[in-house]
Design a protein around this ligand. Structure first.
Ligand SMILES: C[S@@+](CC[C@H](N)C(=O)[O-])C[C@H]1O[C@@H](n2cnc3c(N)ncnc32)[C@H](O)[C@@H]1O
Length: 514
């Protein structure tokens, strides 16, 4: 590699690895591996393998992950724009595989931007339950929100908060928490020269202080009986086994679930063999550390116990009550709102015409009732069904949320849910993220453009297309005129508006193929 590795770092690695050190040092001469992960919210692994224009080889620790060959440019294919796969470093696919997410779980991804692992969690949830994706840095939440939208996530909320404030708002709430901690990034040195340039001998200790705090907050937000995964992409023991060992010593209600020493996962160091490491000289991937911690379920604080009691009401409350006035909630009411949400069914098919509304600010120009009615008319006419969830209005913008709006009171919220669209001149205009999360059968009109055609690229560039009516799939009894879900080889990419043989392009400017 072009950048020279710091001498202090290499000396420390030699001390850590002993006889393995030479092999480790040699691994820096190899080209880093590239990977993609099938977005199983939209496409099955088998379908992706059948369609893939790239040669794919399985990644041992991730059933939906594949190595791409050197020189492949998966970001430059229309399939990328249809959200069919996420481009991800192979080792980075491991932590979510250890998290044990099941559809219906409430999951918190505490350090989530740009969203690689959040999209992986969303695929595990399959639209059921709740995903809260958070990042402390506001500029990084833009990419996070965009990725969740590109990948068609319906049950996600994006926050820009400190872990401490999230724990205070959601004590003992989540079934699963991922802490993909900010770290000194030593495991990425082969891939990212900037990480090398930023590294100094005391960098690991600086990050350790942050990691300690983040882990303590995560523990407070975890439901007794729940599990969390702590991961880093660094080798420094201070940021890895050191953090976990210290945490276990001060949190007897947590135990380490051993994964190190199984399959591709090498054991942790320093008396913590149950923690797991991926070494770049042992696997085809960069350096990673992971530890799986389980709360034994026995020591809920009085505050946690109160929330758990409320949580018990989940199943009895299928829709949210109306929150008249949208004023700040008392913490008890906010907790009740949280307890009420996040267990909804699939953010999808089943119609829920009486679905509860948690009003936000009044929409400008028309009342909230009228705004929701305009949306409802759109859903009936253009989709033929009503997405389930809590409608949340921010100004003229409508989101379908997995939680009642009150549950997010006081939290810096970037996306309160699945963005459905906005109201303009009394009409509902569907948003791009509504389209990217739909399957063709969920829209009254759809059009599939071949992925290897110039047409797909023209659409992604924002051009108008000439499309005869016979090429549209239109539900029987409906007119071909109107919004069309434009798909690439059958996978949704955005909206178009068809009339008289022309498809007006609705692909958003900021997303276009360049
Ligand atoms: C390793 S990256 C996360 C990568 C991400 N999980 C993914 O798979 O795409 C760590 C993230 O933590 C964020 N971060 C830094 N300090 C934080 C804190 N105290 N709380 C939450 N997030 C933090 C950074 O902005 C950064 O985006």
């Amino acid at each position: 590699m072009a950048v020279e590795l710091p001498g202090t770092f290499m000396q420390r690695m030699e001390d850590m690895l002993g006889s393995d050190y030479e092999q480790f040092a040699e691994s820096y001469q190899e080209t880093p591996y590239g990977g993609i992960r099938a977005n199983t919210l939209k496409i099955s692994v088998e379908e992706l393998l059948a369609l893939s224009p790239f040669t794919l080889a399985p990644i041992p620790w991730c059933p939906s992950g594949f190595y791409t060959e050197a020189g492949a440019r998966p970001g430059k294919h229309p399939y990328y724009h249809a959200g069919m796969y996420y481009i991800q470093e192979p080792s980075a696919m491991a932590p979510v595989e250890l998290l044990g997410v099941q559809p219906g779980d409430r999951v918190l991804d505490l350090c989530a931007a740009p969203g690689g692992k959040s999209t992986q969690i969303a695929a595990k949830l399959q639209g059921e339950g709740l995903l809260v994706s958070n990042d402390l840095h506001p500029d990084r939440t833009k990419a996070l929100a965009k990725n969740l939208e590109l990948y068609g996530v319906r049950n996600g909320i994006v926050l820009n908060e400190s872990p401490g404030r999230i724990a205070a708002a959601f004590p003992g709430f989540f079934d699963r928490i991922l802490i993909d901690a900010p770290c000194s990034g030593e495991g990425m040195f082969r891939k990212d020269e900037d990480m090398v340039k930023q590294w100094e001998p005391d960098t690991p200790l600086k990050y350790a202080a942050m990691q300690r705090e983040i882990l303590a907050s995560a523990a407070a937000a975890l439901k007794p009986g729940g599990a969390l995964v702590y991961s880093t992409c660094t080798f420094a023991m201070e940021e890895n086994e050191g953090i976990i060992g210290e945490f276990l010593a001060s949190h007897p209600e947590f135990s380490l679930i051993p994964v190190g020493g199984t399959g591709s996962f090498a054991p942790g160091l320093g008396g913590l063999p149950g923690a797991a490491r991926l070494w770049p000289h042992k696997v085809k991937g960069e350096g990673h550390f992971m530890a799986v911690l389980r709360h034994d379920g026995s020591s809920a604080s009085p505050e946690e116990a109160a929330v758990l009691k409320l949580n018990g009401r989940d199943k009895a409350l299928p829709v949210s009550p109306r929150n008249k006035g949208g004023k700040a909630q008392s913490s008890t009411k906010a907790a009740a709102a949280r307890a009420d949400g996040g267990r909804g069914g699939k953010g999808g098919r089943a119609a829920n015409k009486s679905g509860g509304a948690a009003p936000g600010r009044q929409s400008q120009g028309m009342g909230e009732e009228a705004a929701l009615a305009a949306y409802s008319v759109f859903a009936e006419e253009q989709l033929g069904w009503q997405p389930t969830g809590y409608p949340v209005l921010f100004g003229d913008h409508l989101y379908i949320s997995p939680l009642p709006k009150a549950a997010l009171d006081g939290l810096k919220t970037i996306r309160p849910g699945w963005y459905a669209g906005h109201i303009r001149s009394g009409r509902f205009i569907p948003g791009h993220p509504l389209a990217t999360a739909l399957h063709p059968a969920e829209s009254i009109r759809s059009l599939s453009l071949p992925g290897n055609s110039g047409e797909a690229v023209s659409y992604l560039k924002g051009e108008t297309l000439s499309i005869p009516a016979e090429r549209l799939s239109v539900r029987s009894g409906s007119s071909p005129k109107g919004y069309v879900l434009v798909c690439i080889d059958g996978y949704s990419a955005g909206w178009g508006k068809w009339q008289d043989g022309m498809l007006k392009n609705e692909y958003p400017a900021g997303w276009r193929w360049t």
